[in-house]
Design a protein around this ligand. Structure first.
Ligand code: SAM
Length: 332
């Protein structure tokens, strides 16, 4: 339905160096969301970076020009040294330091993360109904996530956004309730189209486009087109009618892919540098990081960045290729 654009032109490196990176601290996750992975036994990396190797990797990224870091996964809070990693990143004086989590461990970790210097938090939560949550995550306990969100609200992050992936016939009737629930708690709701990546590729007939979500929420939102936040990724935000302090973000990973403006590099937990979420392309830099070789890590970053699709030049991304990708492994 939504064909990826394929242009046959020679590869060329993006003009600017990477400024934004997502670090997949671990590929492990305690949930198995239906659009993300086929089940909990789909295999994990054997060799992952330890904290010392991550520090070398991060030093290389900063030397290469990175100023904004998001920790993700897998579930980053399953990593035993997640807080130590945040503390190290915070010591580097980055422009932005954020983390994306399913919040199952957040009730205990919200305070240590904030104290370690984490600026912002995104929580992934697709439903406020416990039975539906268990179904969509294959066994998750909603109460733990809600406790985690309350703990995060109490410690005062700069912002907390809530990401809900909308699946037709599952949680699509709930989007207004999710939006209102977030607004009542000072959270910014963001509604995501299912992307045709990995397991999501099997749900093509369950995609609800942002345009359809806008129609369903028209009585709540201003009619204007959404606006992006500077340096904050692809979401477009629309303000609430009669209350400019409230917003909803829409992420159109399927109906209107945003490859053209993508400035992100990703690092998987095995140390592979990933220029794009929708391909399995990458440059292995795990051994360089383990050896503490910052200079060669920087060179590998340049090599990975040259592979980045820029929205104009085709570098291997097709729907078939995207269906083979594990967002959990690369770092969503
Ligand atoms: N475990 C963390 C979490 O749940 O936020 C971080 C990793 S998770 C892979 C990151 C985000 O990717 C989540 O918000 C999740 O909903 C989203 N995601 C995974 N697969 C997706 C898909 N096929 N389409 C849209 N979003 C997806």
């Amino acid at each position: 339905m939504f064909a990826l654009r394929v242009l046959h032109e020679p590869a060329r490196a993006p003009a600017t160096p990477p400024t934004s990176v997502r670090l997949s601290l671990t590929d492990r996750c305690d949930l198995a969301c239906v659009y993300c992975r086929p089940g909990k036994n789909d295999g994990y990396f054997d060799d992952v970076l330890d904290l010392a190797a991550w520090k070398t990797m991060v030093n290389g990224l900063v030397q290469a020009g990175v100023r904004r870091v998001r920790l993700t996964g897998g579930e980053p809070l399953l990593h035993p040294q997640a807080v130590a990693m945040v503390a190290y990143l915070a010591s580097l004086g980055l422009d932005d330091l954020a983390l994306t989590t399913n919040a199952t461990r957040l009730s205990r970790l919200a305070r240590p993360l904030r104290d370690a210097g984490l600026h912002r938090l995104n929580v992934s939560l697709d439903t406020l109904d416990a039975a539906r949550f268990a179904r969509m995550t294959r066994g998750g306990k909603l109460a733990r996530v809600l406790d985690g969100i309350e703990a995060a609200r109490a410690v005062g992050f700069e912002s907390i956004k809530l990401n809900a992936v909308v699946v037709r016939g599952e949680n699509d009737e709930e989007i207004e309730a999710i939006v209102r629930w977030c607004w009542e708690r000072g959270l910014v709701p963001r509604l995501l189209e299912v992307m045709a990546i990995g397991e999501g590729a099997k749900l093509a007939d369950r995609v609800v486009t942002a345009a359809e979500m806008r129609v369903r929420l028209a009585h709540l939102l201003e009619p204007q087109d959404g606006e992006r936040e500077a340096n904050r990724g692809p979401a477009k935000y629309v303000r609430a009618r009669h209350d400019a302090s409230k917003r909803v973000g829409f992420i159109t990973g399927t109906s209107d892919t945003y490859c053209k403006g993508c400035d992100r590099l990703r690092v998987a937990s095995d140390g592979t540098l990933r220029p794009c979420l929708a391909t399995n392309d990458g440059v292995a830099a795990g051994d360089l990081a383990r050896a503490g070789d910052e200079r060669r890590v920087v060179a590998a970053i340049g090599e990975a960045w040259a592979k980045k699709p820029d929205g104009d030049v085709w570098k291997g991304c097709t729907e078939d290729e995207a269906a083979k990708v594990s967002i959990r492994s690369i770092g969503g």
